[in-house]
Design a protein around this ligand. Structure first.
Ligand SMILES: [Fe+2]
Length: 158
């Protein structure tokens, strides 16, 4: 069939999704950390927002992991693998940024992830002709861009 994605391509695409899964898992953990440890006058807003975000990320990691499985690879599933594969940085243990910095850091991570996912989407689309995976990636990147806008708007000082 024309445009069918061969197995070799599927494995390469799955490999490409691994660092995205790791980033999503790291961001999930960071949003939980901030949800638990935020203090300040934006407590209620951000405490709830971070919860919304980690709940969404919990669904996202599942989507990405199961896409990796669909294309024939095992999904990374240990903290060690996630830390090795992710480009995002965690806080040092016991280090809690102030509420503005928490929102900014989460926003910056979403911004980075949206770019990384868009780049992966382009590769998947152009190199492998896999519109289905590309479409999923673009949809995720679009949502993440919206989170960047909202978080940036919350902390804008004017
Ligand atoms: Fe909670």
């Amino acid at each position: 069939m024309k445009n069918a994605i061969n197995n070799e391509s599927k494995l390469k695409i799955a490999e490409l999704l691994k660092p995205i899964l790791a980033d999503q898992f790291l961001l999930y953990t960071k949003a939980r950390n901030y949800h638990w440890n935020i203090t300040g006058n934006m407590f209620f807003t951000l405490h709830i927002k971070f919860e919304e975000l980690y709940n969404e990320l919990a669904l996202d990691v599942d989507e990405t992991a199961e896409r990796i499985r669909t294309y024939g690879l095992n999904a990374p599933g240990t903290m060690g693998e996630f830390l090795k594969l992710s480009a995002l940085k965690e806080e040092a243990a016991g280090n809690y940024p102030d509420q503005f910095n928490m929102a900014e850091k989460i926003s910056d991570d979403y911004d980075f992830l949206a770019s990384r996912i868009n780049e992966a989407g382009l590769k998947v689309q152009k190199e492998f002709g896999d519109e289905i995976t590309a479409g999923k990636l673009y949809g995720t990147a679009e949502r993440y861009q919206k989170h960047v806008w909202m978080l940036k708007s919350l902390i804008e000082k004017k």
